[in-house]
Design a protein around this ligand. Structure first.
Ligand SMILES: *Cc1c(COP(=O)(O)O)cnc(C)c1O
Length: 404
């Protein structure tokens, strides 16, 4: 089998021109669109007249600029379609509510983004009567046992936030499908590195806020998959995106569409630097979790599933044992070395550092944090690519020596 190549897929995607022949697509900022004949309007409402036929209705529904960007994301993931949303959480909550009705159930990885954990553990049970069982994605027996006749989806992250556990997507897809459920995968940490839909995932969600934006300047999300699963999201009577309204603004779609062509170069550089730092930090005796290291528990699995052109990603998890040591290292790196910033989020061109247990994963109860392997001294580093690699390493090494 030849491996899916996201770069070639992107290049093959329809090439579009701006309305004056510009090399960039135009921004269509209109929120409402004319019809030439009055009898066309009802067809738009029933979904009989579609954007593919050049028919648009209203900005919360479909917008040409947003669709243009969505086509790039679908090409990148190798899915039939994609829909863009105002945030990653907009995509995740939208698809969860679309696939599950009241009384339905989800099997969810315990090692996930804190907001997603709160959605499945607190918000959906309380507001919608959709329940979830949290599992260790590497424990297939536990996963099997969690399915109920009402389980509609298995939800995982390809590289878990922040523990970098690798999900065995072909195996998880097989389990989900055997139970009549769908596999939904958050690929935010590993765009291009993994193509989850090629490995069995039914739906791929992204927070575009991170690597795909790369500028820490826009909040955005997307859901990618087959039309049969995605089009209901825009149903005027029952569509979660249509009715809850996490719509992407066309100006954001335009901005982000200019970032996708250089995403491959950026991912390669994030990964190249993270790999070097991970190896050198480990050699200094630190406990480093990085899928590109042979010491990572799923290193071989990672290598068998990942697209080798893009390395092992830009995120390193350092277990510094105590939150005090993590705080001292981050402060030294920010204030003395000017190596990076103490800030949440990831995928930025500069390095961002945070202590996950007390920030982006603080939604997880202590017991679940322990079970997810998330110690209080865990420092997540999203490795940037400004400055030279050796200059950055000198700064990092000096700061690390101070806490050893
Ligand atoms: C940030 C993040 C989200 C949420 O995305 P927003 O764009 O902030 O709504 C979801 N999943 C993962 C893995 C993330 O890192």
């Amino acid at each position: 089998m030849t491996r899916f190549n996201p770069i070639e897929s992107l290049a093959k995607a329809r090439h579009e021109f701006g309305e004056h022949g510009g090399v960039n697509a135009s921004i269509e900022s209109s929120v409402t669109f004319t019809v030439m004949r009055a009898d066309k309007m009802p067809e738009l409402f029933h979904g009989a007249a579609t954007p593919e036929q050049g028919c648009y209705l209203y900005g919360r529904h479909y917008n040409p600029t947003v669709i243009h960007f969505a086509r790039m994301l679908a090409a990148m993931e190798g899915t039939e379609a994609a829909h863009c949303t105002a945030s990653g959480m907009g995509a995740i909550s939208g698809i969860a509510l679309q696939l599950c009705d009241t009384g339905d159930h989800a099997v969810v990885s315990r090692a996930i983004y804190g907001g997603t954990f709160a959605l499945f553990s607190r918000y959906l049970p309380k507001k919608a009567g959709i329940t979830a069982t949290f599992v260790d994605v590497t424990n297939f027996a536990e996963i099997e046992a969690a399915f109920t006749p009402r389980t509609r989806l298995l939800y995982v992250e390809t590289l878990a936030n922040p523990t970098l556990v690798v999900a065995d997507l072909p195996k998880l897809a097989e389990i989900a499908h055997r139970h009549g459920a769908l596999l939904v995968v958050d690929n935010t940490f590993s765009p291009l590195i993994f193509a989850p839909a090629q490995l069995g995932a039914d739906i791929v969600v992204h927070s575009l806020t991170k690597f795909i934006s790369g500028g820490a300047d826009s909040v955005a999300g997307a859901v990618c998959g087959p039309r049969a699963l995605l089009d209901p999201l825009y149903d005027v009577n029952e569509g979660s995106l249509m009715l809850l309204g996490p719509t992407m603004d066309p100006r954001i779609a335009f901005e982000l569409s200019l970032r996708v062509p250089h995403l491959p170069l950026r991912m390669q550089e994030h990964s190249r630097r993270a790999q070097v730092f991970a190896e050198r930090l480990e050699a200094m005796g630190l406990r480093v979790r990085y899928p590109g290291l042979p010491s990572h528990p799923q290193h071989e699995l990672f290598r068998s599933l990942a697209n080798p052109e893009f390395g092992a990603g830009g995120i390193i998890a350092l277990d510094l044992e105590t939150s005090d040591r993590a705080a001292r290292l981050m402060e030294s790196l920010q204030l003395e070395e000017r190596f990076g910033f103490i800030a949440v989020s990831l995928g930025y061109f500069d390095t961002l550092m945070s202590a996950s247990a007390t920030s982006t994963s603080s939604e997880l109860p202590l017991e679940d944090r322990d079970r997810a392997g998330l110690s209080e001294g865990l420092m997540r580093m999203s490795v940037g690519y400004t400055g030279s690699l050796e200059q950055r390493w000198e700064q990092l090494e000096r700061a690390v020596r101070k806490i050893l």
